[in-house]
Design a protein around this ligand. Structure first.
Ligand SMILES: C=C(O[C@@H]1C=C(C(=O)O)C=C[C@H]1O)C(=O)O
Length: 275
């Protein structure tokens, strides 16, 4: 049976697949698409063998998972696709209603952490379908991630205050922020190390190729969208796809805050596969 591999249907994953599509990098996998909360659930329930999932979802199930080395979806400053859109300055959101995208897990908890520890305010949160207009009918502010955030920022209405959560995290902690990690079900990993090594190398090669040809990749990704190529070039340059020590440090710090806030029972070890 081919490995069942998750795929986040966001533009930010395009550089991972560019090499596979363009250069026909050989990879025998069954690709299953979904948004992050779908993939978080499918990996947990064993419908997938490995997938990019919300980094908080790894922490919630780490006993059953191991981590792919060298790959993540992170930023070190602006991320440009995780935004809080607000009718008032962030400091004035105490006691106000904030709508949260129902396809996010990491960023929702990042917002809780930023508000509680750094802004020292306690808004009322509610989960919503990721549609800015509808979210702001009921809420004073709205959190969007991925393509929804990219699109909303692109046609940004001037009257809104817009906060990049990657940048806020960097300002407050000095660290990179890891939004997604590649988690593998541990049982599958133990039996399929060679396959995992091949998958990892293929994606790492695809990312390098994409970053070397970022204009072309952005033009292809922009083809079906309203974005200009340069908007996506900027975006791909803000993202970080590696999982080096500084990303690991940022992730551990995020987990420590999540634990302090009662979101996580434990700060999990980063069980990174040695392959
Ligand atoms: C940077 C992003 O990270 C995403 C944010 C996620 C989350 O909040 O749970 C999950 C996967 C990532 O792809 C983004 O898509 O905007």
């Amino acid at each position: 049976m081919r490995p069942r591999v998750g795929h986040i249907q966001f533009i930010n994953c395009f550089p991972l697949f560019y090499g596979l599509i363009e250069k026909k990098f050989l990879l025998e996998i069954e690709l299953i698409k979904g948004n992050p909360t779908d993939l978080n659930r499918m990996l947990k329930e064993g419908e997938l063998d490995l997938a990019p999932i919300s980094s908080i979802a790894y922490a919630q199930n780490y006993e059953e998972y191991v981590l792919m080395p060298d790959i993540s979806i992170s930023c070190d400053g602006e991320v440009k696709s995780v935004y809080l859109f607000s009718k008032v300055p962030i400091e004035e959101l105490d006691g106000k209603k904030i709508a949260l995208s129902n396809i996010s897990a990491t960023s929702v908890n990042l917002l809780y952490i930023l508000m509680h520890f750094f802004y020292k305010i306690e808004p009322h949160y509610f989960i919503s379908a990721p549609e800015l207009g509808a979210m702001l009918l009921e809420g004073e502010a709205a959190l969007l991630i991925g393509d929804d955030a990219l699109r909303a920022k692109y046609k940004q209405e001037k009257r809104l205050f817009v906060y990049d959560l990657g940048q806020l995290w960097k300002d407050k902690t000095g660290l990179p922020m890891v939004f997604a990690v590649w988690a593998i079900r541990e049982e599958f990993a133990q039996k399929n190390l060679d396959t995992i090594r091949l998958i990892k190398n293929t994606f790492v090669d695809s990312i390098s190729l994409s970053l070397e040809n970022v204009e072309e990749v952005a033009a292809k990704a922009a083809y079906w969208e309203d974005f200009t190529t340069s908007y996506l070039v900027d975006y791909f340059k803000s993202l970080r796809f590696d999982f080096d020590l500084s990303k690991q440090e940022g992730l551990e710090e995020y987990y420590r805050y999540a634990h302090k806030l009662g979101i996580l029972e434990k700060v999990p070890p980063l069980k990174i596969l040695n392959i």
